[in-house]
Write a protein that binds this ligand. Sequence first.
Ligand code: NDP
Length: 242
Amino acid sequence: MTTSKVVLVTGASSGIGAAVVRRLAADGHHVVAAARRKDRLDALAASVSPSGRVDVVGLDVTDRGAVGAVVDGIVERYGRLDVLVANAGVMLLSRLDALLVEEWDRMLDVNVRGLLNGIAAALPVFREQGAGHLVGVASVGAHEVVATSAVYSGTKFATWAITEGLRQEADPGIRVTTISPGVVESELAEHITDPEAREAMRTYRAASIQPQAIAAAIAFAIDQPDDVDVNEIIVRPTRQRP
Ligand code: NDP
């Protein structure tokens, strides 16, 4: 039987994050859903049954102080934070010679600094509790680079390195899981501005799986006994190569 946990999910307003919120709430966990689009979070919470399992909070993960305040607020209200699912991310693909330098910065800010801000906020709480679980959302892009993915893959290689480093350093009792999804239906590719990368993604992303598949993998990792740490899961569509 699942023990009810207090879980913070970032990037919860769409795609994988929203599916994780639904799945964990259905499994009996108490979920705090965070993202910038609060209206989307409100609609998500209202559609989750049973009601009351999901709190929502507007949060930009690039704001270190705001991430700390959300974690402090959860501990104040519930007495603990058991799991942080650091899922917020952006994928603004382009070739390096397109020089979309502001998009490079945004990917670094959200995908890398956002994760670090989450760790900075949650790790002291986990240490104090003697227990806690960081779930980092990387990508198959953490394992390979293709043209147009240099910076995005760089941020996901960094995600992998940071979560693996945390796993090696963490006190006994703290679990760390890295989830690397393949192509999953979501809004991720809709924000790409580079025409060549957008076109390439149309073909690449044609065979996708539903975000519920990633939510199921995360639920599996969370629901293991305390002495079992699922270190990494890669979930691709069966048809996906590479
Ligand atoms: P979506 O675009 O559907 O979701 C991204 C989420 O991140 C949204 O909820 C968005 O919310 C949030 N987000 C973006 N910027 C910020 C920010 N500054 N602060 C807080 N939240 C932010 O894409 P996915 O669900 O696919 O992406 C989720 C994760 O999965 C990402 O880390 C992505 O890299 C990873 N991934 C996805 C794959 C896929 O094929 N879908 C494959 C491999 C990895 P809001 O805009 O409201 O803030």
